[in-house]
Design a protein around this ligand. Structure first.
Ligand code: UD1
Ligand code: M6R
Length: 502
């Protein structure tokens, strides 16, 4: 550990030391699961050097894992291992040692004499059922279909309407003491990777509109590569499903050093990002197991829309707009139920696209993020090249790719960009593009005059919530494409659920 750099969680065993294991960590998560522990030890009392022998003398089972999901089917009792600690398992006994950062006698940066650590057991607040597939074949499929419920849980207790409270408002418990500071910030910077970055991009326009504060976007690794400027007057919002992504975590450390207010938006209570940010919001989407993020994406957008409502909460001129969005949020789970009915239609489309090499997705405004995220889903699970393109950039390069073979999805649901997207469709059509158009229900004739393209009709919602609806057909398409192409849906090639290394 003295010599290692970067983030790691390691387990060692050696044939020279049978019946022993050593584990250590820095930066990456590590949990020790403890099965069938005596109640008196588990009731919050300190845990140290215990011999795990049950009453009949059998040793207890111990589990080391980087993720609670892997442990929950065995036990709910865990010890969370902290950075710089070493766990020593020997013949059923456990000890945790901490090397502090003082200079040791021999000048090493970690002291030679470790201190022993006492730690209470934590109880995981999740159920095994949450990680069962139920009636579904794959976790990704289950997680796509449970979005009406996950969104309801995300919003529970946070949207206030009717009753004694006449006005419609939003209450984010984790942020209420920080809203004034956020409103006064010079800018809001969203920081994340992959799907979490895309979710922030989808929420950016509504945050700009309601808060009046400039909002900028940073991919975590790029911020670090550039050592981009972060100021004390900034509010930095870290978006991460797992709360453990190495790039996002390092960007958080960098931002803390620069003195900005750090807000977390995560799905994982107790994750490093949730612990190390000044404040934040848990998205409460429930455990997400499929490597491809689906329900976390929609819950992240909803939380960030609520964030925008909370920040803009004291502007009277925007009250009507805010109330319309709150009504839209209440109705969103129903709209998702409706859009999920496109399952068979997306399966048919997947059959049509099964042998394609490539798929382009054009979006703009609120749905630029949908184009990026839709393409990311197809790419990461169906292993098909796919690219999300800002439709406004079409003539600046991508138009050269258009011919009668390459399938192109154009997102043209009804919002302020609708007429611009109609013109994009006409131009692609004029170049014999093979078009699939996503439009609002009832708009098929106006997006596709003459019927020369395939149409996906989705329910219309408030413009800023439309990305939540529009991503669902892409999730279904990516899922069916993957199954039809015979690839692993839940664990795509070369990918991990939590990217805990840089
Ligand atoms: C909290 C409780 C919830 C309870 C509700 C009742 C937790 C985890 N949540 O929900 O069980 O029903 O009060 O009022 O106990 N935080 C960060 N960074 C993050 C995410 C969160 O610092 O990335 C902090 C928040 O600032 C807050 C705490 O964690 O202090 C809990 O956040 P959240 O679960 O979103 O708060 P509530 O919705 O109020
Ligand atoms: O856990 P995080 O949200 O921080 O993860 C960020 C990305 O690694 C993640 O969203 C990745 O892009 C997913 N596989 C996308 O489905």
């Amino acid at each position: 550990m003295r010599h290692l750099e970067g983030a790691y969680a390691l387990i060692f065993k050696s044939r020279h030391y049978p019946n022993e294991l050593i584990a250590c960590k820095r930066g990456s998560p590590l949990l020790l699961g403890v099965k069938e522990l005596n109640d008196d030890v588990c009731n919050g009392s300190a845990f140290h050097d215990a011999k795990f022998l049950s009453k009949n003398g059998n040793p207890k089972e111990l589990f080391l894992s980087s993720d609670a999901n892997a442990i929950i089917e065995h036990t709910k009792k865990v010890l969370v291992i902290e950075d710089g600690e070493v766990v020593h398992l020997k013949e059923g006994g456990v000890s945790i040692l901490k090397f502090n950062n003082d200079k040791g006698r021999n000048g090493d940066s970690l002291s030679a004499r470790p201190a022993s650590v006492q730690r209470a057991l934590s109880i995981l607040e999740m159920e095994v059922e949450q990680i069962n597939k139920g009636k579904y074949k794959h976790y990704m499929q289950k997680e796509i279909h449970e979005q009406p419920e996950s969104l309801t849980t995300t919003m529970r207790g946070r949207l206030l309407r009717g009753g004694s409270c006449k006005a419609k408002t939003v209450l984010l418990g984790g942020l209420k003491d920080h809203l004034k500071t956020i409103r006064r910030s010079r800018r809001i910077v969203f920081i994340g990777c992959g799907t979490s970055y895309n979710a922030a991009l989808a929420a950016r326009p509504i945050l700009e509109e309601l808060s009046g504060v400039p909002v900028t976007m940073e991919i975590a690794s790029d911020l670090l590569d550039r050592q981009g400027p972060i100021y004390r007057e900034d509010t930095a919002v870290f978006v991460s499903q797992s709360g453990e992504t190495a790039d996002t975590l390092l960007a958080l450390e960098y931002t803390l050093e620069n003195g900005a207010l750090c807000v977390g938006i995560t799905n994982t209570v107790g994750s490093v990002i949730a612990r190390n940010t000044h404040c934040g919001v848990h998205i409460n989407a429930g455990c997400e197991i499929g490597v491809a993020s689906t329900k976390a994406y929609t819950s992240q957008i909803v939380v960030m829309a609520m964030l925008a409502l909370a920040i803009g909460g004291d502007t009277i001129s925007k009250q009507e707009r805010r109330e319309a969005i709150i009504d839209g949020l209440f109705d969103l789970p129903n709209k998702i139920r409706e859009v999920l009915k496109l399952d068979q239609e997306m399966k048919d489309l997947a059959k049509l696209l099964i042998a394609e090499q490539s798929l382009l997705v054009f979006g703009r405004g609120y749905n630029y993020a949908t184009a990026l995220e839709g393409a990311l889903k197809v790419k990461e699970v169906a292993l098909m090249h796919s690219e999300g393109i800002l439709a406004g950039e079409m003539k600046h390069g991508p138009l050269a790719l258009v011919d009668e073979n390459l399938p192109i999805v154009v997102i043209a649901t009804h919002d302020a960009c609708f007429s611009k997207q109609q013109s994009v469709i006409q131009q692609l059509h004029a170049r014999k593009g093979r078009l699939i158009v996503m439009c609002s229900k009832g708009d098929a004739a106006s997006v596709c005059p003459g019927g020369g393209c395939r149409v996906i009709e989705v329910p219309q919602v408030e413009d800023c919530l439309q990305p939540v609806v529009n991503i669902v057909p892409f999730q279904l398409l990516a899922y069916h494409l993957t199954v039809l192409r015979g690839y692993n849906v839940d664990q795509p090639r070369n990918l991990a659920k939590s990217v805990t290394t840089q």
